[in-house]
Design a protein around this ligand. Structure first.
Ligand code: AHM
Ligand code: MG
Length: 336
């Protein structure tokens, strides 16, 4: 097998597809790769922080130890803000749009990200991930604005996730298939390991927080009951896998097929909602799954078609193999 670095792969793909491009987008993808390597390094030594820190939240140099999700957020912002490629950013960790400081050049892209998804899992050594969504600037404001961030998922020009698991993997799509790279930490390079990923047409795994069963609507409950029954379309019950870290659950779903759900729930009956965030969790994952031949829905419409109205809005998410998501929609809409 050839040894192909992510830098080489991205550059070659961009040159083939967009020979007259300025290279800014390619550079932006490298910048994400760079931030991911730093976050990966910190995640890998997460368990050592307390040992090395000795005094509570202080590290060996006596500096305050930051929570890893805040650290990841800071790394991404600092790797991006001065590059001249972005006009704005939005992060799960930050309430408002992050504008590029005046001292730096403003670029033509927008980056929305969840710096460390599933971070509550770090304390128990379970995989976590980062998610990135890239849009073009659309507003005529010189330095970018909320309008640039509130774009539907189908307008993304790129989406990336990184899973910090037993190894660190980066998976991305720029609308030309889905490609996966594994980090070789000894040389600090992401190497091509999964070219042109296609999700299986259907699967035999479902992934959901079933503890919320009684908070769901009838359709979601009936769908899960159906998947578990011996007389479903597969003729045997689906198996359950739930890590509770979306990037890791979706990485498995992408490679093995099946379905992941975080459905609408009625925990707050006055305001039923999904948990996951549209702009930097659901939409980039939906973009990648569609590119791999899968689907993502909120139960009624494709996630990538939803017009966002708020930066941190939540959505129900049903994502995975196409036929499994089609079937879930039938149940949720009361047609099965
Ligand atoms: P976070 O953004 O606060 O980390 O929450 C998102 C995480 C996802 O990774 C995961 O799919 C979900 O929350 C798990 O939620 P629950 O614990 O309700 O099953
Ligand atoms: Mg998150």
């Amino acid at each position: 097998m050839d040894l192909i670095t992510i830098e080489h792969f991205i550059l070659e793909r961009q040159q083939q597809g967009f020979p007259s491009a300025t290279g800014d987008f390619t550079q932006l993808l490298y910048d994400i790769t760079f931030a991911a390597k730093i976050i990966s390094r910190e995640v890998n030594k997460a368990g050592l922080v307390e040992i090395l820190g000795k005094t509570g939240r202080k590290n060996i140099q006596g500096e305050q130890v930051q929570k890893l999700d805040e650290f990841a957020d800071g790394v991404i912002q600092r790797a991006m803000d001065h590059t001249g490629r972005l006009c704005a950013m939005a992060s799960e960790e930050v309430e408002d749009v992050i504008l590029i400081p005046k001292k730096y050049k403003c670029g033509k892209y927008v980056l929305l990200f969840d710096p460390l998804d599933g971070s509550s899992n770090i304390d128990v050594n379970v995989s976590v991930g980062s998610i990135f969504s890239i849009h073009r600037k659309i507003s005529d404001k010189r330095r970018g604005s909320l309008e640039d961030c509130l774009q539907p998922g189908y307008k993304q020009i790129g989406a990336v996730y990184v899973v910090y698991g037993s190894s660190t993997m980066m998976v991305y799509s720029t609308g030309d298939g889905v490609h996966g790279f594994t980090l070789d930490p000894s040389v600090g390079e992401f190497l091509l390991s999964h070219e042109n990923i296609k999700i299986p047409e259907n699967g035999n795994l479902y992934s959901v927080n079933e503890g919320n069963y009684h908070y769901w609507g009838d359709g979601a409950r009936k769908f899960i009951d159906y998947l578990k029954s011996k007389s479903n379309h597969a003729g045997k019950p689906y198996s359950l896998r739930y890590i509770g870290s979306m990037v890791a659950d979706l990485h498995r779903t992408l490679l093995n097929g099946g379905i992941f759900l975080y459905p609408l729930d009625y925990k707050n009956p006055e305001q039923p909602s999904g948990k996951l965030r549209l702009l930097y969790e659901a939409a980039p994952m939906a973009f990648i799954f569609e590119q791999a031949g899968g689907r993502a829905s909120d139960g009624y419409r494709n996630i990538t078609e939803i017009q966002p109205t708020e930066l941190h809005e939540r959505t129900p998410l049903i994502i995975g193999s196409k036929s499994d998501v089609d079937l879930a929609e039938q149940f949720i809409q009361g047609k099965s």
